[in-house]
Ligand binder design. Structure first.
Ligand code: SF4
Ligand code: SF4
Length: 331
């Protein structure tokens, strides 16, 4: 949540932004205007990648300020068809496929429609209860519509619906994890269940089943989702998983804190910019010697299918990469 008392107007949030060219003075001017509740140039240029939340060295949460002011000034030119996705998400039919007693629940949110075929299967997920549908949609995606209110208004309902599923939940979608691990603190909501991210779950599975792993010996670039800006600490799970399965994460320009958005956030709003960013991102992955780009978010996976295939770069969903090392998918 935006905390003005933590902001020293250093400007890092906007000078580091990969979608504008700001110097410190311009950045400070915009932040000052937003702090007063005024409009500012950045509101018309922000692509809602959430990265400035992570760039801020004092945890003042400038993206929260930007989002609130975007909503106030109605400045994100979201298209009606993109808004339609969000209203559709909450009405996706629910389905709970019961697993074995004592095993955790895997929540797919409403992301099944964007997953590659058979992305959830095999020994890692055997016996888990699988939950999917509108009741398990966390509303964090609304940040890409330039509004926060739906997220705030539905946060408690989301937590309550998830709580009904069981006492131990694994989240596939980074957005849901951002809600339970970060945003609930802003809203003063208690989380009455144990939870973990799917990366942590897979890391644990690999640690416990080292004898089943065949090292892949691949160089792979990683597509970090926007929602990871809320929970950056889990990047260590990606590193450990890659290490356990014999995958090298080569150094690239646009990774970790400097990762580019997959453009799913703004492809309908700024299509020309989105095509440029996709090209920059995929070309960067190829330049660093990666044989493939690995995605964690099903939405990133869907958006990057075309730009990766056009450039001849293989794209692999993270569960498929791990299942390759477990001998369940062709390498
Ligand atoms: S919000 Fe953070 S990064 Fe931005 S000016 Fe304030 S202290 Fe600096
Ligand atoms: S959310 Fe992303 S695009 Fe918007 S100002 Fe912050 S870093 Fe820039």
């Amino acid at each position: 949540m935006w905390n003005a008392s933590k902001c020293d107007l250093c400007g890092d949030c906007l000078t580091k932004c990969l979608y504008v060219e700001y110097d410190k003075d311009r950045a400070a001017r915009d932040i000052k205007a937003l702090m007063k509740g005024d409009n500012a140039e950045i509101l018309g240029r922000c692509v809602t990648c959430c990265a400035c939340r992570e760039y801020c060295p004092t945890d003042a949460d400038p993206f929260d300020l930007i989002l609130k002011m975007m909503e106030k000034h109605k400045s994100f030119p979201i298209k009606p068809e993109a808004m339609g996705f969000f209203s559709m998400a909450s009405s996706v039919p629910n389905q709970v496929i019961k697993g074995k007693l004592g095993k955790p629940v895997l929540s797919l949110c409403v992301m099944e429609m964007s997953l590659p075929p058979d992305a959830i299967g095999g020994q890692m997920f055997d016996g888990l209860t699988i939950a999917k549908g509108g009741d398990y949609f966390c509303y964090v995606g609304y940040v890409h519509a330039g509004v926060e209110t739906p997220m705030a208004e539905n946060a408690q309902k989301f937590i309550d619906n998830i709580a009904k599923l069981g006492s131990e939940i694994i989240f596939l979608h980074d957005d849901c994890y951002a809600m339970v691990d970060a945003k609930v603190k802003d809203y003063g909501i208690k989380v009455p269940f144990r939870y973990m991210h799917i990366l942590e779950y897979m890391r644990n599975y690999l640690r416990d089943n080292k004898s089943k792993i065949t090292k892949l010996g691949k160089k792979v670039a990683y597509q970090r989702p926007c929602a990871s800006r809320y929970t950056p600490d889990k990047d260590v799970f990606v590193d450990e998983i890659f290490d356990l399965i014999g995958v090298e994460r080569p150094k690239r320009e646009y990774e970790r804190e400097k990762a580019l958005c997959c453009t799913g956030a703004f492809v309908k709003v700024y299509p020309t910019l989105a095509a440029e960013v996709q090209a920059k991102n995929v070309d960067d992955a190829i330049r660093c010697g990666a044989e493939a780009l690995v995605t964690l978010c099903p939405m990133c996976d869907r958006v990057l299918r075309r730009p990766t295939s056009e450039r001849g770069l293989r794209k692999i969903f993270v569960t498929d990469l791990v299942r390759m090392a477990l001998g369940e998918k062709s390498v």
